[in-house]
Design a protein around this ligand. Structure first.
Ligand code: HEC
Ligand code: HEC
Ligand code: HEC
Ligand code: HEC
Ligand code: HEC
Length: 193
């Protein structure tokens, strides 16, 4: 793969290939999509409830603003709230654990065992693609644009086929009046290096 990608850094080869690849992307994208059916999660985490409570995306996914990966919350971050929610843990009137909703019992189990929750990835790009959240958030794109309306979901699901055509279509649309930036954003080496 690396040798092919090095060869592809030659501009003349790139132009003819862009066309060929865009034609292929439909098919490749479908194969890729099939690996992206939402997987079962260890805890059926309800985004809708938490987003409805006005908890910010960046509170649980702080990396999105400053680095490549957005990050997923640890059981400790969940417990910072859930260990104290009055509804269940009021010191004067605690609700016994076996009366908690089942998904919260699971959470308490992870915390008691000191075991990390192994969230299963949903959005994935292959290793030979470099996606970085930071420039996207800095350019003013909101999470919803790529991940859909999380206030209507429990666990995350894939909103659209995450393939090269999707990346390039937006990069082209967003640089209509800026040819220099466009060249940079559709250059193979911007995403493959
Ligand atoms: C331009 C499209 C785009 C935007 C905008 C975007 N994301 Fe993502 N997000 C992606 C892609 C693509 C991946 C897969 C990345 C990978 O596999 O390396 C991803 C992965 C993730 C993941 C899981 C993997 C990780 O990075 O830890 C989380 C969580 C996430 N995004 C949250 C957010 C949040 C929160 C925001 C808003 C602050 C946001 N994203 C904005 C495209 C986007
Ligand atoms: C900032 C505080 C906060 C954080 C952080 C938080 N939650 Fe919650 N969560 C709440 C509140 C408040 C509710 C609503 C409680 C209720 O009314 O029963 C809730 C509800 C839930 C429910 C639904 C319970 C039911 O009634 O069925 C689950 C499951 C849950 N949270 C799991 C988690 C997990 C897992 C994490 C970590 C990834 C987490 N929460 C992080 C505050 C938080
Ligand atoms: C209270 C914590 C919390 C909040 C607030 C929260 N999330 Fe999440 N998010 C999670 C957890 C836990 C997961 C892992 C389970 C899953 O995939 O749904 C997750 C998963 C995701 C994923 C899929 C990650 C992957 O593996 O590819 C995306 C995308 C995402 N969240 C976006 C958002 C956006 C956008 C918001 C704000 C509108 C948001 N989240 C708010 C806790 C949170
Ligand atoms: C919805 C629009 C949109 C989508 C989808 C999108 N991007 Fe972007 N991307 C942008 C914008 C806007 C910028 C910032 C341009 C600027 O510098 O102003 C950017 C910048 C980047 C950069 C940084 C370039 C640099 O060095 O400055 C990389 C790398 C990148 N995107 C990769 C990807 C990949 C990989 C995907 C698909 C998985 C993707 N993008 C999907 C809009 C998008
Ligand atoms: C904006 C980011 C971006 C740019 C620019 C980009 N690619 Fe990609 N490329 C991706 C993503 C994301 C994938 C993985 C998803 C897929 O297979 O469509 C990918 C996949 C590929 C693959 C593997 C296809 C397969 O069947 O799995 C090849 C080969 C490739 N790109 C070549 C190129 C070439 C040649 C260029 C320059 C003309 C280029 N890419 C420019 C994002 C980009």
């Amino acid at each position: 793969m690396e040798r092919i990608l090095n060869l592809l850094k030659k501009p003349a080869i790139q132009y003819s290939l862009v066309i060929a690849f865009l034609a292929l992307v439909g098919g490749a994208g479908w194969a890729f999509y099939q690996t992206q059916v939402p997987p079962p999660q260890p805890i059926q985490f309800p985004h809708n409830i938490h987003v409805g409570l006005q908890i910010q995306c960046l509170y649980c996914h702080p990396g999105a603003q400053r680095q490549a990966s957005a990050g997923l919350p640890t059981e400790q971050k969940c417990w910072a709230c859930h260990g104290q929610l009055k509804k269940y843990s009021d010191p004067a009137n605690p609700v016994p654990l076996e009366k908690w909703p089942p998904e919260l019992q699971k959470l308490a189990g992870y915390v008691q065992r000191g075991e990390a929750i192994k969230w299963v990835p949903v959005y994935i790009v292959p290793d030979f693609v470099h996606f970085n959240h930071r420039p996207h958030i800095a350019a003013g794109l909101n999470c919803e644009k790529c991940h859909g309306d999380m206030s209507k979901k429990t666990v995350a699901t894939i909103e659209q086929t995450v393939n090269m055509g999707w990346c390039l279509a937006c990069h082209q649309a967003r640089t209509a009046n800026d040819p220099v930036k466009r060249t940079k954003l559709i250059e193979c080496g911007t995403c493959h290096y």
